[in-house]
Design a protein around this ligand. Structure first.
Ligand code: TXA
Ligand code: MG
Length: 344
């Protein structure tokens, strides 16, 4: 594996590898993806093998221009009203952190869609991702570049640690701006439904197409999206999720980690304990001092990765407000809390 910088030369090298059926990890605005040619069976099989991902969990095909949508998805088989919604979403929210589930074109490999009649398509809002897709095959299958069930990577170093020996190249495009995966919206069944909350808040989708259903509240309650398994997005360390009230009353244990939403809760906790702030510890962190949900999302996986790296016995995390990106953050934290601790 080699790390490439996203220069013209680096991108051409990576694109050539993709065309040859190899795997390349690349940055998007949400998280790093593990890319392979969406029409190459060997590359697709390689993605499942590299991640240890079950074959029943389908992949997202990434495109880099609106014209490519029809190559992947058969939108003309949708009812007219739904087709209009798809076009409105593409016009207003693409490129961006929104994945659409649509009827698939017959020649999209079953391996990519796990045999489903539908396909996930996304047009990422990231210069490096777009250039790589355009220079390679125009349709790049890419799950998040992490071993199955583990935290998504938001930096090239995360990919290197987790999957470094599984890919030909990692393109280092710096940290991902959004930090949580795309919102997955199913339009294949008529009425639109969010299967996975993510980087595009529900409010933005509803502003374009009106009310949407979902996501299921309890993780794992009904698995509409094959990837929404109970224990997804988990750090290796056990995580416990707390309301703000619970969080600010927790006792302090030096071996445990504390992830506060904002400065207000952190202050309340420190005051309640009546102790001096244990200076220099990286086990007590605040997602966003000012309580900004976009900043909190961008830092979430990075801080969870860091707790895993330093080794703590348990992570206490505070729920964030359930608006905008808060839905995606709480979803990832809830899934993480369903997971028993794993060996590193
Ligand atoms: O932000 C993202 O979406 C990132 C970056 C790399 O683009 N990718 C990503 O891929 O998160 P992945 O594979 O980790 O998650 C894809 C999700 C899974 O939950 C999968 O089950 C769901 O999309 N999905 C894919 N195809 C589907 C389909 N046909 N029907 C329902 N859900 C589908
Ligand atoms: Mg993933």
């Amino acid at each position: 594996m080699k790390i490439l910088i996203p220069s013209d030369e680096g991108l051409h090298t990576a694109a050539e590898a993709l065309r040859a059926g190899l795997l390349v990890a690349f940055p998007t605005e949400t998280v790093y993806g593990l890319g392979g040619d969406g029409f190459n069976l060997q590359a697709l099989a390689g993605i499942f093998a590299a991640k240890g991902r079950p074959r029943f969990d389908p992949l997202i095909i990434h495109i880099a221009d609106l014209d490519s949508l029809e190559r992947i998805a058969a939108t003309d088989s949708l009812e007219l009203a739904v087709r209009d919604k798809v076009h409105a979403l593409c016009a207003c929210l693409w490129p961006g952190p929104l994945t659409l589930i649509l009827p698939k074109q017959p020649d999209v490999p079953d391996l990519a869609t796990s045999g489903l009649p539908t396909v996930a398509v996304r047009f990422p809002d990231h210069r490096v991702a777009q250039q790589l897709i355009r220079l390679s095959t125009g349709a790049v299958a890419a799950p998040s570049a992490n071993p199955f069930g583990y935290l998504s990577p938001t930096k090239a170093a995360h990919v290197q640690e987790q999957l470094g020996d599984q890919v030909a190249f990692i393109i280092d495009g710096g940290p991902c701006g959004i930090g949580v995966e795309s919102t997955v919206l199913d339009l294949s069944a008529g009425s639109p439904q969010i299967l996975r909350p993510g980087g595009t808040p529900r409010e933005r989708i509803e502003a374009v197409i009106g009310p949407v259903a979902g996501p299921p509240l309890e993780p794992g309650s009904t698995i509409h999206s094959p990837g929404q398994l109970k224990s997804h997005y988990a750090p290796r360390t056990a995580l416990t999720l707390h309301s703000r009230q619970e969080m600010i009353h927790l006792p302090y244990e030096p071996s445990e980690a504390y992830l506060f939403f904002d400065r207000w809760s952190w202050d309340a906790w420190v005051q309640g304990l009546g102790l001096m702030y244990p200076a220099g510890t990286s086990r007590i962190r605040v997602l966003s001092e000012q309580g900004n949900l976009a900043e909190a999302a961008a830092r979430l996986f990075e801080l969870l990765h860091e707790f895993d790296r330093i080794g703590v016995s348990v992570i206490h995390a505070e729920q964030v407000p359930e608006t905008g990106l808060g839905l995606a953050i709480n979803d990832r934290l809830t899934h993480a809390s369903c997971r028993k601790a794993l060996k590193p």
